[in-house]
Structure formats: C-alpha cells, structure tokens
Design a protein around this ligand. Structure first.
Ligand code: PLP
Length: 393
C-alpha cells in the first residue's frame, strides 16, 4: 500500500460535503431523498451577475490575472468594506481567493507554526479545525451550549488563551447555529483580546448579509477598532449572492499577513478565475436587491421550521438571527428512541427511515444537535418535517 503524509491522517474530509454527496448518490439510485444538508442557497445566481461573466468571456477576459485579484475587483472590495462596514483598507491589504475556504487556508499557512494554538468556538464551521491541523497547528475548542445561545463568554475566551495562542476565530452570524453576536457581546470579547496583543483575530463574516435580527451587521472591528492592526476580516460572495460555485472569497487585514497569504496563493492556485472575478465585481457593485429577495424567503422558512421543530416532543430549537441554518437540540429525542445513542445515529436513522439527509451536530463539534439547512423549497421543508415526525412516532 502507498504511504501518505502524516499530515493527512490528522484531518478528515468535509462531513457536510460528504452528507450532500451521500444524498445525491441515494437519489441517483432512485430514492426520494430530501437534502437538508446543503451549505448553499437554493437560488440561482442573479442574472446581472451571470451577464457580466458572459460578457467577460466574450471580451476575452480569460487569462491569468494578478495573483491577488484584479485591481478593479480589489477596489470594489475596498469600497464594500468602506460602505457596508465602515472599515478602511488599501489595495495592499486585500487578497481575493478561490472562495472563503481558501482565504482561511491561506491565513493558516501564512500565520501558523507547528504547535501554535487556534481558538475555535464550537459549534464551528467544519473546516476551521482541519485547516488549522493542515498547518500543523492545534485547534483549541471552546464549547458552548444552547442555554448560552451557542455564544462564548469573555470568561471562556480568557480561560482558553495561553502563551501559544496565535489565532482566535469568530464567525457571526454562525454556521451552523445561525446566531449572531451583538455589539455589546463583541465588545466584551474584544476587551479580553486587548490583554493579549500576540493573538491575531479572524472574523469570518461570510453570512453578513443573511441576517434578519438585531438590526444591521457588526463585527469585532466595529466593536473594537483598536484591534484593527491584528484582525483579519474574511468574507466572500458565495452565500450573499448565491455564487458558491464561482469560488470567490476575499480577505482584508494587515499588509504583512496579506503579503504572506498572497505568497501561499502564488505557489498553490495563483489567481482566482478571471471570469468569476468579473462576476464578483458585478455582485459587489451592482443591484443589491437580490439579497433582500433571498432574505425574505429564508426568514419565512426559518419561522416555519423553528415552530414545527418545537412542536415535536424531544426537539428544542432556538431562533436563528440569520444564515440559512437552524441547529436544534435533539438530546431528549435521542434518549427516547430505541437503538439511537447519539446525533450520528439519529442522522443515520433520518436518512434511512425518513429519507431526509441532515448533518449531525458532532460534525460541528456539538453532539446532541443536528443542523438543518433551510436552503430548499418550503414544500420540501414541509414534507421533510412530516417525514421526520412520522419516523419517530
Ligand atoms: N465560512 C463559513 C462560515 C462558511 O459556512 C463557508 C461555507 O460553507 C465558508 C466560509 C466558505 O465559503 P466558500 O469557500 O464557498 O466561499
């Protein structure tokens, strides 16, 4: 047998992508599976964005670009940060990558040494710990519960920081919980971080626009501008503009870190797709009403699903502030069902006996829960919930 790298044995493939693939396989085999595992909006990419890409192809804009993105897209990103977030950046502080996932990967490769600790609040986006491991760093997980709305406290953050802490990751609104930190909560966390000047902060704002509670979006830099010189802001067009397949994410932060990330990218993927960059520029500069259309629909589905889940004995679901996920607690249900010992068993039970695919909370570092994606039609959600009810009674 062929021996692969030690590094590889420390990581696992993305569990969310695996569930989606499994559902697709079962569907191909003729099973009527409803997929509630998806991490992407079910809407089509808006027409004006597609048109910009088609024009780019017809104009012959199909060659290498600068590794870090075209100057005009980077300027659009700078303008976005200024207008939406009140944050000031120069061209050298921006890096455009092939998706938000690559932005975080570049950051980990540029920043982390063997043994460095990366603080990650759980439930977390599945890729943070594994991307840290691929950089030979150590993920340090802060656990949260539904009772604390899945948000870490300042005391938890302080207790997790050590001499080897290099990076703290915060994702709000959160995948998978859907909850967002308030300005006050972010200020309280920032207060702790101010005592530890060696810790770099990464705020993953990917779901910035998919937010219906708490007024407008805020991140930790809005809460504490003093952190500007050591904070990386990660964002992208995937979720807000239903552009997951186009693969465009962007990062902003200190020039030295961005330069390091650019170097990593220059020796791995080079520039993100030229055509996608033109589309992303149109997404950022063009009509923003497509976001509202999606948001209205997500909110409607969210309200329906949360109500229905809370009517099922053994399931308890808090409201999301945004995103297209809900993250119910299913501990009581697990206790009630014969032969089901944990959330992994329960997810397996739902796919086998309810023809519904969803992701167990363990994948996000939070057993006893499941993640339900509402990025599917209302009709699918209704049927899925009926099937779930039927399967457990
Ligand atoms: N960050 C979070 C919290 C996410 O949920 C995702 C996608 O699932 C990403 C980043 C990466 O998005 P992409 O690489 O598709 O741009």
């Amino acid at each position: 047998s062929i021996k692969l790298s030690d590094r590889l044995s420390a990581v696992k493939p993305s569990p969310t992508l695996a569930i989606t693939a499994r559902a697709a396989e079962m569907r191909a085999a003729g099973k009527d599976i409803i997929g509630l595992g998806a991490g992407e909006p079910d809407f089509d990419t808006p027409d004006h964005i597609k048109a910009a890409a088609i024009k780019a192809i017809n104009d012959g804009f199909t060659k290498y670009t600068a590794v870090d993105g075209t100057p005009s897209l980077k300027q659009a990103v700078i303008d976005k940060f200024k207008n939406d977030n009140g944050l000031d950046y120069t061209l050298k502080q921006i890096l455009v990558s092939s998706g938000g996932k690559q932005s975080f990967y570049n950051l980990a490769q540029a920043l982390l040494n063997k043994g460095d600790e990366v603080i990650i609040p759980a439930p977390y986006w599945v890729s943070y710990p594994d991307i840290a491991l691929l950089a030979d760093a150590i993920p340090v997980i802060i656990k949260t519960t539904q009772a604390q709305n899945f948000k870490i406290t300042p005391a938890q953050l302080r207790a997790a920081i050590t001499d080897t802490t290099r990076l703290f990751v915060i994702n709000s609104p959160s995948n998978p919980t859907g909850v967002a930190y308030s300005l006050d909560e972010l200020q309280a966390l920032a207060q702790v971080l101010l005592d530890f000047p060696n810790v770099i902060v990464a705020t993953d704002d990917m779901y910035e626009h998919i937010l219906w509670e708490k007024g407008s979006f805020v991140n930790i830099l809005n809460a504490c501008p003093e952190l500007y010189s050591r904070t990386m802001v990660l964002n992208g067009v995937s979720k807000a503009y239903s552009m997951t397949g186009w693969r465009i994410g962007y990062a902003a932060g200190p020039e030295e870190i961005i330069a390091g990330m650019r170097k990593v990218q220059s020796q791995s993927t080079s520039n993100p797709t030229s055509i996608s960059q033109v589309a992303a520029e149109e997404a950022l500069r063009g009509d923003q009403s497509c976001i509202d259309t999606m948001l209205v629909e997500f909110k409607k589905r969210h309200d329906f699903v949360v109500d229905e889940l809370n009517n099922i004995p053994g399931i308890e679901c808090i409201k999301s502030d945004g995103t297209f996920y809900v993250f119910p607690n299913v501990e009581h249900l697990i206790a009630e069902l014969d032969g089901i010992n944990n959330d992994l068993d329960l997810a397996e039970f739902f796919i086998e006996h309810a023809d519904v695919a969803l992701v167990p909370g363990s994948a996000f570092g939070c057993p006893g829960h499941i993640r339900i994606s509402i990025a599917t039609s209302m009709e699918n959600l209704q049927t899925a919930l009926q099937r779930i009810k039927k399967a457990i009674t």
